[in-house]
Design a protein around this ligand. Structure first.
Ligand SMILES: Cc1cc2nc3c(=O)[nH]c(=O)nc-3n(C[C@H](O)[C@H](O)[C@H](O)COP(=O)(O)O)c2cc1C
Length: 392
């Protein structure tokens, strides 16, 4: 089985199954002498773990990271960084009945069909528990990016039918770029094309349509999530991700275009269904004269006055904010009984499981950030190598 490693200059290999001994990874190519506060790595893992709030299952996972190599006296040594998290919340017997049954829209059938052997416990290697290793690897990448002034921030953009406003808490936490992506605090920049909302509110005074966006904590949204939970159902979501502080020049012009690597990175996350960057799918309905980003000279450098390119042109960053969206499907495990078949093709009614998430957000936010940070860090290392060879 191939495809367990990701990246070229900075390579993350993950291992482990949901109900095996541990899930972990090896991060190879990480530069030496970067300060590594382990509490930061742990805090990133804590953002991903299941908790008790709406939309999140109540499994009691305690994910404590153990570093096996590559860190000495609080700094990276340049050697491979190996880490793991022990699986403590086994309860594998919960999954016994799934040994013979294919859960709808899970990896069960395809895995069995392809490999002829499958760890049925909690989805095995196909479980979203594997994303824990991505979050840990991505946390190291974030530390590298922080030292270069680059920030990666993901936020919830949509839950089911509800468009979500960027949380004030996101901004209070010092996350720049989240609002700039919406154009809210940069009136000179036009983002209207990508912000075209599903539902709009038309002001009686001005006649202007504005998006109807809700705080994630809004009772309407919370009620919707609670309703999904009560009905044993689930819902999809969209995540917005912003990367600020990226210099012009990251990315390669042909197969390793920055947007192509970002797309691969986030589309490899469980349950991802769609990716768009910059103007995205809206671009298809626009005229070139509306869509082009005019250049200007501002703040001592060449910039664009709009950012429909999403900070990338010809596969290479142009120094503007990089931003994209990822659509996630509804969580496939439901409490509602579902029609399916067993390995022999016999019709079976799958009983609803007791423990499941209702929606991938907010747990998926650190995963999107991690995969993004790994891509940007990978290209940052390649960029620095190119510049060094050019004598700059
Ligand atoms: C953060 C996160 C948490 C998830 N939690 C669950 C879950 O509790 N139950 C479930 O059935 N699927 C969950 N999923 C989705 C499944 O892992 C995924 O749908 C499944 O492996 C099939 O893969 P695919 O949807 O990419 O085809 C989660 C996904 C993510 C990203």
């Amino acid at each position: 089985m191939s495809g367990n490693s990701f990246g070229k200059a900075l390579v993350l290999t993950t291992f482990g199954e949901s109900h095996g001994e541990a899930v972990g990874g090896i991060l190879d190519g990480f530069p030496p002498n970067i300060p590594i506060p382990l509490d930061f790595i742990q805090s990133e893992l804590d953002r991903r773990k299941p908790g008790g709030s709406s939309g999140i299952s109540s499994r009691g996972e305690t994910d404590r990271i153990e570093i096996l190599s590559g860190i000495f006296e609080g700094r990276s040594t340049g050697a491979p960084i190996a880490f793991l998290v022990q699986n403590r919340d086994h309860r594998s017997e919960d999954y016994d009945e799934l040994r013979e049954i294919y859960r709808p829209s899970h990896a069960d059938f395809t895995w069995q069909h392809k490999y002829g052997i499958r760890d049925h416990r909690g989805g095995g290697r196909a479980s979203a528990r594997e994303t824990l290793a991505r979050v840990a690897g991505g946390a190291f990448a974030k530390l590298l990016l922080n030292s270069a002034g680059i920030r990666v921030v993901a936020s919830t953009d949509q839950i089911g039918p509800f468009l979500i406003v960027r949380e004030p808490s996101d901004l209070a936490a010092g996350l720049p770029g989240v609002l700039t992506g919406t154009g809210v605090d940069q009136p000179d920049r036009e983002f209207s094309s990508i912000e075209k909302p599903r539902s709009t509110y038309r002001s009686p005074e001005t006649g202007i349509h504005t998006p109807v966006r809700y705080l994630r904590s809004d009772p309407v949204v919370q009620h919707y999530l609670e309703q999904m939970m009560a009905e044993g159902d689930s819902t999809g979501a969209v995540v917005f991700c912003s990367v600020t502080g990226v210099p012009a020049g990251l990315g390669e012009p042909v197969f390793d275009k920055l947007q192509a690597d970002l797309a691969q990175a986030v589309m490899s996350i469980n349950a991802a269904r769609g990716f768009e960057y910059g103007s995205g799918f809206e671009a298809a309905s626009m005229r070139g004269s509306e869509h082009n980003d005019p250049f200007t000279f501002k703040e001592g450098r060449i910039r664009t006055t709009t950012n429909r390119s999403g900070g990338i042109q010809g596969g290479i960053s142009n120094g503007e904010e990089i931003f994209f969206r990822v659509a996630f499907k509804p969580i496939p495990s439901l409490k509602i009984p579902q029609q399916t078949v067993d390995k022999a093709g016999r019709s079976v009614i799958l009983k609803g499981s007791g423990r499941h998430d209702v929606c991938v957000v907010p747990r998926v936010l650190p995963v999107v950030e991690a995969m993004t940070a790994l891509v940007i860090a990978d290209h940052l290392i390649r960029y620095e190598a190119t510049k060094a060879l050019m004598g700059e």
